[in-house]
Design a protein around this ligand. Structure first.
Ligand code: SIN
Length: 313
């Protein structure tokens, strides 16, 4: 019997496929579509304490094998998403989903977490330490000391299951350094990677950048970032306490990409760019393609091959 089920921090998910924060998860309508889809869970658009309209348009673009954006955290504010997940928990008790937070300061993050801690919410929080698109606010995940201070302040009071969304790292010393910080805390999961921040696309015809915010700099997603995502999933899986699950995101367009992420150690897979293009049908398609690969290889569950990537002798 083939199963794509997975577990994170003792919570069961019937499918290891879900959306990535930011894509088609900003409005109730988007979230309702995810609830009705075959995704194993959903994550809400990263929230700030108050609604934000985000950066000026044009703020997203596509290019061959990739997506590009500097959205700047447009969202409907924490109350909107907290209301949504609370109502959903009442309707579907026992279902775990992910409430994403991306305050632009530690104070904002702590204020939102206090609100969630004091609420009836029982699901996961994905604390986004890696948005590259807010002018004047560097990504916390690239500052190891700030990340440690953030998590110290969070776990000083926060009692519910929480994970962090990380930026991509590019050096083995940085994998060691961030893992050493994360291993000090009772995290349920890490989500890796956010977009590869501050890339630049050029329009040769107009001799201009292609998006307006930040002088044209933006985060890269989609197929182009898969090798970076796989490296981060693999490197963090090898370094983190086994109690911290790794959620893989980056360049998952097919069942083969999903299989690769799991082989590198991912327990759950988030689909961003391709979900944006394809909508909720992507979850069924990729589940089918992943299941077909598993059947061919004689695997019946993702645990049969999760983290079992081999190196060459
Ligand atoms: C954005 O809204 O700018 C994207 C969010 C993110 O990359 O974390």
């Amino acid at each position: 019997m083939l199963s794509l089920a997975t577990e994170i921090a003792g919570r069961y998910f019937a499918s290891c496929l879900m959306n990535a924060a930011g894509i088609r998860c900003q409005s109730r309508r988007d979230l309702d579509a995810l609830v009705q889809s075959s995704a194993g869970a959903y994550v809400t658009k990263s929230a700030t304490p108050a609604p934000r309209s985000g950066n000026p348009a044009p703020r997203m673009a596509t290019f061959p094998n990739g997506s590009f954006n500097s959205m700047g955290l447009p969202n409907n504010g924490l109350a909107y998403y907290l209301d949504y997940v609370l109502a959903d928990e009442q309707k579907r008790p026992g279902k775990t989903n992910f409430l994403s937070l991306a305050g632009t300061s530690l104070a904002d993050n702590l204020a939102m977490l206090h609100q969630i801690n004091d609420s009836a919410y029982t699901g996961f929080v994905e604390l986004n330490l890696s948005c590259p698109n807010v002018p004047g606010h560097p990504q916390t995940g690239y500052d190891f000391e700030a990340t440690r201070q953030t998590l110290e302040a969070v776990f000083d009071f926060y009692q519910k299951p929480l994970g962090v969304k990380l930026p991509p790292y590019f050096d083995l010393a940085h994998f060691d350094a961030i893992a050493a910080v994360l291993n000090q805390f009772p995290l349920s999961f890490v989500t890796t990677i956010n977009s590869v921040g501050n890339g630049l696309l050029v329009n040769v015809e107009t001799e201009t950048v292609v998006i307006k915010p930040k002088g044209g700099f933006g985060g890269i997603g989609g197929a182009s970032v898969k090798p970076t995502a796989l490296a981060n999933v693999r490197a963090l899986s090898q370094r983190l306490n086994p109690a911290i699950a790794v959620i893989g995101v980056g360049g998952i367009m097919s069942g083969k990409d999903a299989f690769e992420h799991i082989l590198c150690g991912a327990s759950m897979l988030q689909i961003g760019t391709q979900f944006g293009y394809e909508g909720v049908a992507v979850f069924e398609r990729i589940a089918k393609e992943l299941g077909d690969i598993m059947l061919l290889k004689g695997y019946s569950s993702i645990d049969d091959f999760r983290g079992k990537l081999k190196t060459l002798a």
